[in-house]
Design a protein. Structure first.
Length: 115
């Protein structure tokens, strides 16, 4: 059976989150060139990087290392993880605006369900 390399799983996770290399690398506090090196295979993925990625994006550390299990831990789904990934890059004002919009959507749906 063909096993996907750690670097490919990292790229897959980044794509699931719909993040550029720049945003992904900034979130885990490594340089974009270091991340590009990981994804191209020029750099090895060490356990410290795996832990940073798992903690920052609620990713399953075992999946990142071995490919076993689900991509995200705690049953989180990709859209929610992506939302969390984008939300952390917003300014405090942007976060407040996003939360208001989500609340408005929720209220609208609750009103629709009631009728």
């Amino acid at each position: 059976m063909f096993k996907i390399a750690r670097r490919d799983r990292i790229r897959q996770l980044r794509n699931e989150l719909n993040l550029t290399q720049a945003k992904f690398s900034r979130a885990i506090r490594i340089s974009i060139s270091y991340l590009a090196g990981i994804e191209s295979g020029a750099r090895e993925v060490n356990d410290r990087i795996i832990r940073l990625i798992a903690n920052e994006f609620n990713a399953n550390e075992a999946w990142l290392k071995t490919g076993e299990g689900e991509i995200f831990k705690d049953g989180i789904e990709a859209p929610i993880a992506a939302l969390m990934g984008h939300f952390r890059f917003l300014s405090p004002q942007g976060q407040a605006c996003a939360l208001k919009q989500i609340q408005s959507l929720y209220d609208l749906e609750q009103t629709s369900v009631a009728y």
